[in-house]
Design a protein around this ligand. Structure first.
Ligand code: ADP
Ligand code: MG
Length: 463
């Protein structure tokens, strides 16, 4: 094949990956699309090299249509796909599933292109699961997206920990207003990228163009403003842009990974601008929301996931939804590779690897959480004084599980259950043991709770 043809194909593929990455969740893109290499394009058939048979089957059944759609748009005609399995790199699933991004591609993907809107169509309000920790932030974002310039919230600042959905919400606003044609000029940018672009523009004597570009936005979404820290000149530039937009009545939406008063090395004037509108927090999702998010993602991936597994991940990964999604995608990849349905045992192994150490014993708090959810009680009821029969039973189950699954002393367990005595814990344990012998329902309940909480029962052999 002449050299020019190869580079043409590579160019096409590069453009293709750029486009398709904007429509897929990042984890799925990295797992399934990135490891693919284009081999040849003859007439109407594109041959793609995939690292394993299982990769081929997965991509073929889940992504071919999408791939063909995007290619069709790029080439302007319908394309057939043909796959070639190239397992020359060995066939350990991890090598392929998480194949590192080649340098060339990663640079291209990151190079600043100020004209780009930089929105990923996958982030929408529709697929943002609402829960206690985010419902206010979501409602504020939706209100602004529905009626730009008509709410008094300018700027809107969302803050919260990593992986809790700030970018998702910012991008959802951008997508929404563009789709509904509420405004035409939307700019989404992370403060890091804004800084890079600014520096680049100064170097090239184009800082006026840079200012103009941002000051012409009708809607400015700036993600992760904490990165402005200690970037003095960029802060001044942004301060002027902020003022210019604000005075013209344009909407500004910001996100930060911490509360405004904890932002470091940012000019007081900018801080006071950040504080001048509505500030809303996103906090970690509760158990039900975490379960719902996993189920939603499994649905997006076209996978039937048992509730057990969703609950299992939700029990162990609490503070970062990105990690929750990462665990799910890895599980799916692993299960597909081994031609198994996703099951708890695989889920346990995936989690163990993610956490980077043997997942040990659950915390008592976790036991209380899972048991109270199961019995549809609050954690406080479990630790409280009520002697109502169903509360007392749930409490005894939780205590019995705590004696079985943790190394805490009876005394300590008692303390964590509302300051009870160690003899109460012994009594609970003995009562539950007796009940398990004669009551199948209690036995099943305890066993399934135990399984959900316990990873120590999982085989330690690696696949
Ligand atoms: P942040 O910007 O706060 O670090 P992201 O917005 O990047 O977090 O969210 C991390 C991942 O979790 C994304 O894939 C996002 O779609 C997903 N996610 C976060 N919150 C939710 C939610 N409430 N419902 C559905 N997915 C969510
Ligand atoms: Mg983010």
């Amino acid at each position: 094949m002449p050299e020019s043809k190869i580079s043409e194909l590579e160019g096409l593929w590069l453009e293709f990956t750029e486009r398709i990455s904007e429509t897929l969740p990042e984890q799925s893109f990295r797992t399934w699309i990135q490891p693919i290499r284009p081999e040849s394009l003859d007439d109407n058939t594109l041959t793609l090299c995939v690292p394993s048979q299982f990769h081929y089957e997965w991509v073929d059944s889940h992504y071919s249509q999408k791939i063909r759609g995007v290619l069709g748009q790029l080439i302007g005609r319908d394309i057939r796909l043909s796959f070639k399995v190239d397992s020359t790199n060995g066939d350990q699933p991890d090598h392929h599933v998480q194949a590192p991004q080649p340098k060339q591609r990663s640079n291209t993907r990151r190079s600043p292109k100020p004209q780009d809107v930089q929105l990923n169509s996958r982030y929408a309000f529709d697929n943002f699961v609402e829960g206690d920790g985010n419902s206010f932030a979501r409602a504020a974002c939706l209100a602004i997206a529905e009626a730009p310039g008509k709410t008094p919230w300018n700027p809107l600042l969302i803050y919260g920990g990593t992986g809790l959905g700030k970018t998702h919400l910012l991008q959802a606003i951008g997508n929404h207003v563009l789709k509904k044609k509420k405004v035409a000029r939307v700019k989404y940018v992370s403060s890091e990228r804004y800084t890079q672009e600014f520096i680049h523009s100064v170097k090239n004597n184009r800082s006026t163009d840079f200012s103009k570009l941002y000051r012409s936005a009708e809607f400015l979404l700036v993600d992760d403003v904490q990165f402005f820290s200690a970037k003095g000149r960029t802060q001044i530039e942004f301060f002027h842009t902020f003022n210019s937009l604000y005075q013209a009545g344009k909407q500004i939406i910001l996100s930060s990974d911490r509360p405004v008063h904890e932002l470091k090395d940012i000019d007081e004037r900018l801080i006071s601008r950040f504080q001048s509108g509505l500030i809303t927090q996103i906090s970690p999702p509760d158990f039900e929301t975490r379960v719902a998010i996993i189920e939603r993602r499994a649905e997006e991936e076209g996978i039937a996931l048992s509730l057990d597994i969703a609950q299992f991940f939700a029990t162990h990964i609490k503070n970062n939804i990105r990690e929750l999604e990462g665990a799910l995608v890895t599980l799916i990849a692993r299960a597909t590779f081994h031609r198994l349905e996703p099951n708890l045992e695989l889920a346990g192994q995936v989690l163990q690897e993610k956490i980077g150490r043997p997942v040990g014993k659950p915390q008592i708090e976790q036991i209380q959480d899972v048991v109270s959810k199961h019995f549809k009680l609050s954690g406080d009821a479990l630790r409280g004084k009520s002697r109502k029969q169903e509360i007392a039973l749930a409490r005894m189950v939780a205590m019995a599980l705590a004696t079985k699954l943790t190394d805490h002393s009876l005394k300590h367990i008692g303390q964590l259950f509302g300051g009870r005595d160690h003899s109460t814990v012994i009594h609970a344990r003995n009562t539950i043991h007796k009940l398990m012998e004669k009551d199948a329902l209690i036995r099943d309940t305890c066993e399934s709770l135990c399984q959900k909480l316990s990873l120590s029962t999982l085989p330690s052999t690696k696949m």
